[in-house]
Design a protein around this ligand. Sequence first.
Ligand code: ADP
Length: 751
Amino acid sequence: MAASKSLLDSLKKPEPTNFRMTDFRRELHLRHKREEHAKKEKLRALQESKYVSRYAITIDTSRARSNCDVLRMSIKELGFKEYPFGRKDNCCDVHWHACHFEENPEVFGGKVNKFPGMSEICSKMTLFRCLDIMRDLFPTDYDFYPRTWYLPAQFHEFSCEIRKMHERRVKPKPTFIIKPDTGAQGDGIYLLREPNEYSSLSGKCHVAQEYMSNVYLIDKFKFDFRIYVLLKSLEPLEFYICQEGLARFSTLPYENPTNKNIHESFMHLTNYSLNKRSSTFNRSDRDDEGSKRTLTSVLRRIAMNGHDSNKVWKSIERIVCKTIVAIVPEMKVEYQAAIPPGKTGPSCFQVLGFDILLLQNLKPILLEINASPSLSLDSEQEVSPGVFEYVLSPKDEEVKYPLIRDTLLHVVPIDKLKYFRKKKKQRLLKKLKASTSQKSKRPDPPVKQRTSIVIIKADESDEEKREVNVTQQMSEMHMDVDSHGDSTARDVNSDDERESNIKSDTELDEEVDNYFETKLRESCLKQLYPAIYDEECERYRILERVAGLFIFFLGIRGSLRIGPTGFRTFARKCRLNRKGMTNASVDIMYIDLQRRWDHMNPERTSGSGIKSIGKKGNGLCYQGFLDACIEIARRKFYAPTKIEMLENLVDHCELNLNLRDNDLANNLPRLHFRRLGLQYRQGSMYAMPRRVIDQMTEETTIEDLLKAHEKKLRQPSREDIEAFLRKSRRMIYQPSSGSRVISVTKSPDSE
Ligand code: ADP
């Protein structure tokens, strides 16, 4: 016992000068130092970067506008610190923007609640184009949105289709819905049946969609779901679905479209912003009544009607996954333009709103994605004719408050959160201990009630005042700890019990970990990817590899368009000429696609996303590049299906570029060749895709060779290595650490 005590003492007060080298205490001292160092390192890691506050979780709400109410409630509940006017140094853990990533260009750290270019990606044209490409590659899987035409560019195809339908006498007579590309809240939407009813006078771009007339009705009204999705990170891809949402109802009983009712927007459109102006808008506070209801209440109703609501929910989850996977390549292109590699920038997350319509057969149909879904908690109420008042909407609160609270919990630096919670608890417990020991020293402590309100009389003695302060402090401590859902100090009655509550470091760590684990488990957000749909979505992620190639050849950092030289370099470095692509055909393809894409999307100057000045310029946007890849794949990598052709092309390119598994680490081979004293030969011995590597059986590494030579106490000569390489036929570069990153493999020829 005494020995262990002295051991502990030596840990606490090390006296390095008295130690002899062989003294066992030296070992303890070193261990102690190591632990201290590890703690400091942990703290430094928590601070993440110099841009992040080091005192608490801080949220900048200066640009949150209508999101402020719900955000403030969540911040208060979680015990974070709000900066309503922002911070001078822009060093907050989370910066909440109401609309765009670019709202505060001075943010260089922490997290921003918007991805760059997301509002453009979620515009109707870009979104449905992304989905169209996926439908082209996976026709049976991407059948969850209406057929779409892009006007005015595809007006001819659109009118031809209507004419054909008329000729076939399709019943009921087809109706189409026209929506402005960047419109919202039902603005500028109308239904038509003849192509000449389309007016292009505004000069704006529109999408025309097949109008889904056979919709599922509840109480004779048409409705759609607003599903909330948290896109937590792009690399690695991670997203969550909120298990509660809203259902917005139209305010006129639904009828199939006819020439007579085609202009009734309160019948055909379900937007809340539009229907709230209707005299028949029902503001019932009950979950399952009114023109705005909760998602779960509608799903319950569907189940009560004898349908499988779980199946409906699963289909909605799948739609969310497929849609996000479809837009991720565009997002990556936009992200690298806003925050090029090497530049410091914040990381991003985003809450998206998916609008989903239910058909009569309960098939969900995606209508659009909202990049900035409304998060306001109040709704307009007409108190007297023509006089409106804003009142708190309980349904909005029920859905949006847990959504934002759990979103914050998911995105703030969790280690920092844990660290501060632990520190706070330690402080509280210490105070508790100190105050109780003070009390126990006094012979006859006065009986004080643990109340939070204590009236101090003017003639109180110092001793009494101190006592009052201690009691107050105690009660505050109880309140504080309790308010965070912790029961550590709640039932402490006797001094002994209090002593036992002073917990060890590991116990506290465990407790804090458990606390957050439970919080995250109980969250309304359910992880879809990678937890559930990882394997199912794997094959849809081919386009991310195409986006990787595009980014690789962009040339200029921060650009969104590939120039003619970049495109030529792509063809050359990927050795497309070996497949019969001549330089002339590459150039012709580039000019052709660039023109076509400029024509397809005249409003979007960058051709792929951001509309801002400065991004304008000549070049081929990502979607144009993708088109080029599909065309090359069709011509030169023929296979039974489109997806196989594209996969073959991408495999070929990656093989020639050593991109696969190396995360664009194109500098690595050069570096290691130099280290080995070899001449770097471009493109001669590049890596193979992981698939090919996995198939190989016999593998000898340069490491073995080096070891063999080390034994002889000399470095291998250049001739040795060259001879060795000549014998083997392939080289694989592994981007791991150290100089021994090259393995040489005797392998079959993969070309
Ligand atoms: P906005 O962004 O302006 O809200 P939406 O695409 O969400 O535009 O469309 C508004 C409303 O129009 C939807 O809530 C839905 O009720 C209706 N709607 C949109 N597209 C279709 C469609 N293809 N078929 C049937 N109804 C549609």
